[in-house]
Design a protein around this ligand. Sequence first.
Ligand code: NAD
Ligand code: ZN
Length: 248
Amino acid sequence: MVSDVVGFAAATYLRGINWVALPTTLLAMVDASLGGKTGVDLPEGKNLVGAFHPPRLVLADPTTLESLPQVELRAGMAEVVKAGLIGDEHLFDLCAQGWQALYQHWDEVISRAMAVKIAVIEQDPYEKGQRAVLNLGHTVGHAVELASGFQLRHGEAVAIGLAIEARLAHHLGIAQEGLAEKIEQVLQGLGLPTKIPESLDRRALCRAMGVDKKRASGQLRFALPVRVGEVQAGVEVADPNLVLSGIL
Ligand SMILES: NC(=O)c1ccc[n+]([C@@H]2O[C@H](COP(=O)([O-])OP(=O)(O)OC[C@H]3O[C@@H](n4cnc5c(N)ncnc54)[C@H](O)[C@@H]3O)[C@@H](O)[C@H]2O)c1
Ligand SMILES: [Zn+2]
């Protein structure tokens, strides 16, 4: 959260000054500190105020994770699982092995997840196309996060989004057989949620799906998993309510 606010301040102060990111959460190391998207949320939705302004340097020191609460570490793992799904089968396998393996391999886990995101943003620095694969889990995830009144952590909402979008990909015939179950198992194995909480207002969720900025010309666009290491971006689904009623 700090790097989003600081990055946005750096983007606008004196029309832009250099800044350095020293991420101290897992989520910030593998995701938020990379790619230059800085922004803040408004009550109406996620990241509605922001700018593209990458830091000059990102310095991720895994020893800072030693003091990070377990619940925050777990939330960050949702973005690591996402990175594995987008482009690193070995990373996904490490996630599937559970916490013990992760604790033994933080350096590798973090640098592999960073490498996936860096490879994508280098191809598409201003989100013209290819970068949309990074939205995996986020079309539903952002809506769930917003509908929860930001009570769910970003990573928790993304875990739910990953699971639901994988089921959607299965229904649409995009996902390899068994992939949705595999993704759900890995997330659950890490203690992450995969279902929309009972307490969450379904109507608020449908509304939230509608205001998500990924909506293009009245249709919702999803980045959906095909197999571990491959994501298909720009999959259009006409009716968000249909999507929700079909998968909730
Ligand atoms: N800009 C992007 O590309 C991008 C990408 C992904 C997520 N995000 C945003 O990032 C935000 C979530 O960031 P986050 O997960 O880093 O959460 P956070 O910044 O809210 O930090 C979580 C908690 O951990 C504490 N903390 C941080 N480092 C610690 C450490 N080393 N030891 C002990 N406590 C520590 C913080 O004080 C805070 O209470 C969301 O708002 C999300 O939308 C942005
Ligand atoms: Zn995210």
